[in-house]
Design a binder for this molecule. Structure first.
Ligand SMILES: *Cc1c(COP(=O)(O)O)cnc(C)c1O
Length: 436
């Protein structure tokens, strides 16, 4: 049944004003609702699994600030720890015990890294990891995959041209061609393309970077077999393997995708969950590799606010909860049940929709294909259906990230009642989407 659109009067006013201050009215592009219906919603507060916009509309939130909020919004333990630490000042630019505490929490529970360096965003973590790999191997070229996002650093704002193996074409103005030329782009899940790249650029590739669980261009799940092949190929070529776990780290398990697939990368990047909702990124590796970083090593990397005490406090509080026994099992079971119910509904109705999922991540793909494992597998036309669904869901109090290429996240704060409400809203929305 069609229902009226929610009121966005206040959000629209704020957006008009924001457009006079910020390019496109936003401080990060996808927030602008360009590929979904209506004005972006200005959020006033969040609590648990719910958020409220400036017009007082309430939503069950599956964006979770794009992944960081695995415990939900405004978690008491995180808020209280942050407030406690803030009483003592907010930044010193000198070491604090809190950095040790967060590092200890991570390193003693993660067998894939021995040393870590904290930075302030995922982009910064990736940029630093790339520099480390180049410094370590004394090579310049980087290989990335079409459909993986690694933040907005120059060398990685590069997409594939046509052909099996391509030099990157910049996907942003302002990236020098010379930078893009150092980046090789191949399709995911294509062994031949990878081997050809290593053949074409023998002894030149410093690192292969991959989201082991690609979750920024749909959810392009790779087979363990392919990931192991990638690991072996890198070893054979003296190339470092970087797992960009900015989304998957602490999400599919405390040790992220490395443990999920039991693959040892050479460098791992983190972000999002690690900061409990505050700006934190990190990269880690073996002690031997990490000791190439300044001030012991010759690879320079620094940050005025790196290891910021307030941000460390949020990370400590959040990660402590993730280490509780059964945390991930419960979250994953909850997600699996949710996805299964939607799949059953879709099958019964005969709708062309798949819900891909891993851990507490899910992605709606309007497709008839059984698997989607590379960017090319996604039909851009299918995004029109997502757009229609997004509008119906917003009107029914369900907030998904405003793009069909983005995944959804379930948090520990989502209750059984939340998920029941959401399923009903999804079923009603799909009936409308597919009737059109
Ligand atoms: C979000 C993300 C980044 C960028 O992190 P920011 O904190 O937005 O700079 C990098 N890599 C992956 C895999 C991400 O999901």
């Amino acid at each position: 049944m069609q229902i009226p659109d929610i009121s966005r009067t206040k959000s629209a006013e704020l957006y008009e004003k924001a457009k006079t201050y910020f390019p496109g009215g936003v401080n990060s592009p996808v927030r602008a609702f360009k590929s979904v219906y209506g004005t972006p919603l200005f959020i006033e507060k969040g609590d648990g699994s719910h958020i409220w916009d400036a017009d007082g509309n309430e939503f069950i939130d599956f964006c979770g600030s794009w992944g960081p909020l695995i415990l939900g919004h405004n978690r008491a333990s995180v808020r209280e720890k942050v407030m406690e630490v803030m009483q003592k000042g907010m930044s010193f630019g000198a070491p604090t015990a809190l950095e040790n505490e967060l590092a200890e929490l991570i390193l003693s529970n993660n067998k894939y890294i021995q040393k870590i360096r904290f930075v302030s965003s995922g982009t910064e973590a990736v940029m630093s990891a790339i520099r480390l790999a180049r410094g370590y191997t004394k090579r310049d070229k980087i290989l990335k995959f079409e459909g993986c996002y690694h933040g907005h650093t120059d060398a990685l704002l590069v997409k594939a041209g046509s052909g099996l193996v391509t030099f990157g074409e910049t996907s942003s103005a302002g990236v020098p061609k010379a930078f893009a030329d150092e980046t090789i782009v191949v399709a995911l899940n294509d062994k031949d393309a990878l081997l050809k790249a290593f053949d074409d650029f023998k002894d030149q590739i410093a690192a292969v970077i991959i989201e082991p669980i690609p979750a920024n261009n749909g959810l392009l799940l790779q087979t363990p077999e392919y990931l192991n092949f990638l690991r072996d190929t890198c070893i054979q070529n003296g190339t470092m393997l970087i797992f960009d776990e900015v989304i998957s780290g602490f999400r599919v398990g405390f040790e992220g995708a490395a443990a999920y697939y039991n693959i040892q990368p050479d460098i791992i990047t983190y972000g999002k969950i690690i900061g409990g909702g505050l700006p934190v990124g990190a990269y880690g590796a073996s002690a031997e590799v990490m000791d190439h970083i300044s001030p012991v090593g010759s690879v320079y990397q620094a940050g005025t606010l790196s290891g910021n005490p307030v941000a460390m406090a949020a990370g400590i509080a959040q990660l402590t909860e993730l280490l509780q026994p059964g945390f991930y099992e419960e979250l994953h079971d909850k997600t699996a049940g949710f996805v299964k119910a939607i799949e059953a509904f879709v099958a019964e109705r005969g709708y062309e929709l798949k819900v891909f999922t891993i851990g507490s991540i899910f992605w709606f793909a309007f497709t008839g294909k059984e698997t989607i494992s590379s960017a090319d597998d996604i039909d851009p036309q299918s995004m029109l259906k997502f757009k229609a669904m997004h509008r119906e869901l917003i009107n029914r109090g369900i907030y998904l990230g405003p793009s069909g290429y983005e995944v959804g996240f379930i948090s520990a704060a989502h209750t059984t009642a939340d998920l029941e409400t959401t399923k009903t809203a999804i079923f009603d929305s799909l009936d409308i989407v597919f009737e059109k």
